[in-house]
Design a binder for this molecule. Structure first.
Ligand code: ADP
Ligand code: GN1
Ligand code: MG
Length: 355
């Protein structure tokens, strides 16, 4: 429900707007407001269970927006519409709301259905990374502390294995073991994390294809959206989440695991799109870990789902009891497919870096 006070707080007349639920994300509540002369806005309630300090999001976006105004004023960055009181967000009781302009003639897709979409989306995330290359990260804070810290995610996974209810632990036993068998992925992260050649950058941290706005009809990239997790991080986060979500013909929701595969041509398209923008700014160490990016994100997402299953589904909304277990199994299957294809995928990376 959107209370009329919230709409008024942004200087709009509540009676003039129709409100529709919008998008398909797990975390925030997104609404489309449509008013006179087809004037549209996106209104979002921040999930404060996930984002414990919503002010950090507002502050990060303000810092990022100010930097772009100065250094890349032509770049399309979705900025918050301030409330009439001049705030970046409106607090209604214990809820935090923010409004952003609706980007006209845009659409998004939940799944990449052709390589062009993968290329265009990846190019937008690469462009954003390039626009922020060189920004001083000192004043930025993590909107979700340790969000992509695989070391801590792995520790939470181990903790969940220890504390899970017996029935869940037994049901998940063999899947847990399979994930533990890939612990080298967490070990690699541990050594990379503090490597000065593996720099912190301002990263998006949720590069699913539906977080890119594409032109209606042509599917040309317009800009990225869903900026709550814009914060300092590593290049493997953004690149890896694209690999995780663009190369497979089915999503993490798929329970027919035989449909899970890695499509080389999508891998190539996204790598090409991303590197065409950001490639020239990467260090040698970053370049050497482009294949690792996919392993890192798929593994981390897999153990996040499995941890949530073991913890009794406290984070990801579920539609049936084994939902998070199946999501984890889906991600493990994808991880295995990716690893099986390493030689040809490394060759694709080599080709994209050379061009
Ligand atoms: P969620 O946390 O629910 O994923 P998003 O910010 O990604 O929230 O918004 C959900 C969807 O709404 C996006 O996938 C995109 O299709 C659409 N959307 C978001 N922001 C805008 C915008 N400024 N203009 C047009 N569409 C948008
Ligand atoms: C969540 O909100 P949404 O669906 O874009 C999650 C991501 C996961 C994703 C898995 C803040 O993103 O990290 O990759 O689910 N976001 C948060 O579907 O936890
Ligand atoms: Mg989203």
């Amino acid at each position: 429900m959107v209370h009329t006070d919230i709409i008024s707080a942004f200087g709009l007349q509540p009676g003039e707007f129709s409100i529709q639920k919008f998008g398909s994300g797990h975390i925030n509540n997104t609404f489309l407001l449509t008013g006179p002369n087809y004037k549209r806005y996106i209104l979002q309630r921040i999930n404060t269970y996930v984002f414990r300090e919503p002010d950090v999001i507002a502050r990060n976006l303000k810092l990022a927006g100010d930097y772009l105004d100065k250094h890349h004023p032509e770049y399309l960055f979705i900025k918050a519409i301030p409330t009439v009181a001049g705030e970046e967000m409106y607090q209604h009781g214990d809820e935090f709301w923010r409004m952003i302009p609706f980007i006209a003639d845009s659409t998004s897709v939940d799944q990449a259905d052709n390589t062009r979409q993968a290329y265009e989306a990846a190019k937008q995330f690469g462009l954003m990374a390039r626009m922020f290359h060189g920004i001083d990260l000192h004043d930025f804070r993590a909107s979700i502390p340790n969000f992509h810290n695989l070391t801590l995610r792995y520790a939470s996974f181990q903790e969940a294995i220890r504390t899970a209810k017996e029935d869940r632990k037994q049901f998940a036993e063999s899947l847990v073991e399979e994930f533990l068998r890939h612990s080298d992925i967490a070990v690699t992260f541990e050594s990379l994390k503090t490597n000065p050649e593996f720099t912190d950058r301002l990263m998006h941290h949720d590069t699913k294809i539906n977080n890119v706005l594409l032109k209606k009809g042509t599917f040309e990239g317009i800009c990225v959206c869903d900026l709550d997790t814009l914060m300092p991080g590593k290049v493997i986060s953004d690149l890896g989440d694209m690999v995780r979500t663009y190369v497979c013909p089915v999503s993490e929701e798929e329970r027919d695991f035989s449909q899970i595969e890695v499509r080389d041509e999508y891998y190539e398209a996204l790598m090409k799109g991303y590197l065409s923008e950001v490639g020239s700014t990467l260090t040698e160490t970053e370049k050497q870990h482009l294949f690792y990016a996919g392993k890192f994100m798929i593994y981390m997402q897999g153990i996040r789902f499995l941890t949530d299953y073991l913890n009794g589904d406290v984070y990801y909304p579920i539609k049936y009891p084994e939902h998070n277990y199946n999501r984890a199994k889906n991600q493990l299957t994808l991880l295995q497919q990716l690893i099986n294809k390493e030689p040809q995928l490394q060759a694709i990376i080599g080709k994209c870096l050379a061009s």
